[in-house]
Ligand binder design. Structure first.
Ligand SMILES: [Zn+2]
Length: 156
C-alpha cells in the first residue's frame, strides 16, 4: 500500500512495519470494494453491523420516520429504508455509508491514520482506496468505537 500523492509505502506510525501487517492495526478497510481486510475490527465487524441492524429493524417494520441525530447515521438509515422489503425483513446496510460511520467512530475514538490518500495496487484496473487505522491498543479503540455507536443509536 502506498500514499498516492507521495508514492511512499505506508508504514505503521507506531512500529514502522509496512502495510497492515503488525499488531497495531485497528482496521484495514478497502473503501472501493467496501470490505475489511485486517485488524481488531476484522474480528468484530459483525457485532457493529448487528447493533445497527437491531436498532433499525423495529422502526423499519413499523415504517416510521426516524431522525438519528443527523450525519452519517441518517444516511445509513435512508439507504436501509430505500432497500427494505417487508417480505424478507432484512436490514440492508449500505457499504459506503457503513464505512463512513466506522471512519467517524474510529477517528473520534482516537485511532491514528497515516497520511493519505492510501491506495492498494491490485491487478491493472483493480486498485483500491484504503483506510488504515492504527493504535497502541487496537482493542481499546474498537471497544470505545462500539460504546460510541451504542450511544448514537440510543438517542431515540
Ligand atoms: Zn505497528
Amino acid at each position: 500500500m502506498r500514499n498516492e500523492d507521495t508514492d511512499e509505502e505506508v508504514t505503521c506510525p507506531i512500529c514502522g512495519v509496512v502495510d497492515d501487517m503488525c499488531a497495531h492495526i485497528v482496521a484495514s478497510i478497502d473503501r472501493t470494494f467496501s470490505e475489511t481486510h485486517a485488524g481488531e475490527f476484522y474480528e468484530r465487524e459483525t457485532e457493529f453491523r448487528a447493533l445497527v441492524e437491531e436498532a433499525f429493524l423495529p422502526h423499519l417494520q413499523k415504517g416510521v420516520k426516524m431522525d438519528w441525530g443527523g450525519g452519517i447515521l441518517n444516511e445509513l438509515w435512508s439507504e436501509a429504508v430505500a432497500n427494505y422489503s417487508a417480505e424478507y425483513e432484512e436490514v440492508a446496510l449500505d457499504g459506503f455509508c457503513f464505512y463512513q460511520l466506522v471512519d467517524e467512530l474510529f477517528t473520534e475514538a482516537g485511532a491514528i491514520e497515516p497520511a493519505g490518500p492510501i491506495i492498494d495496487d491490485g491487478p491493472p484496473g483493480m486498485s483500491s482506496a484504503v483506510s488504515l487505522y492504527y493504535s497502541e491498543d487496537p482493542k481499546q479503540i474498537v471497544d470505545d468505537a462500539y460504546s460510541r455507536l451504542v450511544e448514537m443509536l440510543k438517542r431515540q
